[in-house]
Design a protein around this ligand. Structure first.
Ligand code: EPZ
Length: 424
């Protein structure tokens, strides 16, 4: 069992320099599963080397794929898939393992995937995934915690999602591209990572219309072909570093490899706060802020609304704003656990129902805190970087699930952050 580690951060160091955003974790995970849809060799560029990716690749290897990072791409060979069931000990580490369901049922008309558990931010059921696959003709049974899916063939039909779920849309697209006839997914998710998967499937020969819209039309094909692709930049990681640049007046951060199109709403919100981006190169932007930050109201929503994954970072930033701000979390029922850690650092923040009320500015004081989930953990590191004295952040393995070279990237702009064994 890997020994637990913590980050030890010395706060209030003015940060200056460039940070390069990696490829998107949440585009890489479905793309890895999509390589099961046509046996062959795929080369995926800019896949981030993070724990969630390594876990999905271990599952791929269990199924019979050969996966290795070579030069600047990840090579996946799915010519010899010999297994159609995902092992519990690997799947239980990552909720995105549910994406193997759509890919395996789509390609092999059979799959066995453990029912994912909930996590810190909410129950996160998969009923939309199950309902959609059953509507396509799959027979789904739950046996000893595993979803057993079998079908003679998948037949296209119209599926209406109760909510524009990101991975449910991705699963149903992967099942639909090899189904017979047309599959229509109404109330589909529009996130850039969903569009990216759709574009990859089209490059593989799938016929898909409506990507980025609220209805996706798929005309099933008999077979697809392997492709090489480059993963889009990680908009949530980009947002993380934009907030870093605004955290302290003395910071001078340039964030590189940003796709501004994917960050419209968060950038508008930053501008409302008095924080702007100055283009210094094609996809590189310098974060500019005034002496004070304006308080704002944030409401999370499906894309293109304000992304739930960025709300913890904006909460940290809003502890430095002049006045009262509100963040309403509409996607997950339990995504304010980090608030209690921020309060330990002196933040004036209360949660009422689904809204965090933040009174600023307050100077944060370094304290021992713990990451409660991936994004909250990264946000608490940012809090430590703008806090007086020293902050120890525990449970950092949660952060390393989705942030490639996080400590190196922060140290690269002058942060004083060390990784230490967690004594206990
Ligand atoms: C994806 O999760 C992302 N993960 C999450 O990022 C992100 O927070 C989320 O989308 C929202 O944008 C990946 O892409 C791997 P949903 P997903 O299905 O697909 C409910 C990160 O930090 N729901 O869009 O699981 C669900 O409970 C992670 O990288 C059902 O009720 O999110 C939630 O309240 C965190 N039944 C809402 O819908 C279902 O069958 C949105 O969930 C499916 C979802």
């Amino acid at each position: 069992m890997e020994r637990k580690r913590k980050y030890v951060i010395k706060g209030r160091k003015p940060l200056k320099g460039e940070i390069e955003v990696s490829g998107a974790k949440n585009a890489s995970l479905p793309a890895i599963c999509a390589t099961l849809l046509s046996p062959g060799v795929y080369k995926l560029k800019r896949v981030p080397k993070v724990k969630d990716v390594f876990c999905m690749l271990k599952i791929m290897e269990h199924l019979g794929a050969v996966c290795e990072f070579e030069k600047d791409y990840l090579k996946i060979d799915t010519s010899k898939i010999k297994e159609l069931s995902v092992p519990y000990e690997l799947a239980s580490q990552i909720r995105a393992s549910i994406l193997f369901l759509g890919a395996l049922v789509g390609a092999y008309k059979s799959a066995e995937v453990p029912l994912p558990g909930g996590c810190a931010i909410g129950k996160r059921p998969v009923d939309f995934h199950i309902k959609g696959l059953s509507q396509l003709g799959a027979e789904i049974n739950l046996e000893k915690g595993n979803l057993i899916v079998k079908t003679q063939k998948l037949k296209g039909t119209t599926i209406v999602l109760d909510f524009p779920s990101v991975t449910a849309t991705e699963n149903l697209m992967m099942a639909g591209v090899l189904a017979e006839g047309e599959t229509i997914i109404k109330n589909s998710a529009k996130e850039p990572e969903v569009v990216f998967l759709g574009e990859m499937l089209k490059k593989m020969g799938a016929e898909i219309k409506g990507l980025g819209d609220d209805t996706i039309y798929i005309k099933g094909k008999k077979k697809l072909k392997p492709v090489n692709i480059e993963i889009i930049p990680d908009r949530i990681e980009a947002g993380t570093y934009l907030v870093l640049g605004a955290l302290m007046e003395e910071n001078e951060i340039v964030v590189k490899n940003i796709n501004k199109e994917h960050l419209k709403t968060p950038i508008l919100k930053l501008e409302e706060m008095g924080i702007t981006l100055e283009r210094v190169d094609k996809n590189a932007f310098k974060v500019k802020r005034g002496k004070t930050i304006n308080p704002v109201k944030i409401i999370t929503a499906p894309y293109p609304g304000f992304p739930t994954d960025l709300q913890p970072f904006f909460a940290v930033l809003l502890t430095q704003a002049e006045g009262i701000s509100f963040i309403t979390e509409n996607i997950f029922e339990n995504r304010f656990l980090y608030v209690f850690e921020l309060k330990r650092m002196g933040a004036d923040i209360e949660v009422k129902d689904r809204t965090a009320i933040i009174n600023g500015p307050t100077s944060l004081i370094g304290s021992p805190i713990k990451a409660t989930d991936l994004r909250a953990g990264a946000a608490l590191v940012l809090a430590g970087l703008c806090a007086e004295n020293t902050t120890d952040v525990y449970n950092v393995e949660l952060i390393e699930r989705g942030y490639e070279n996080f400590v190196e990237k922060l140290s690269g702009v002058g942060a004083e952050i060390k990784v230490e064994e967690d004594e206990d």
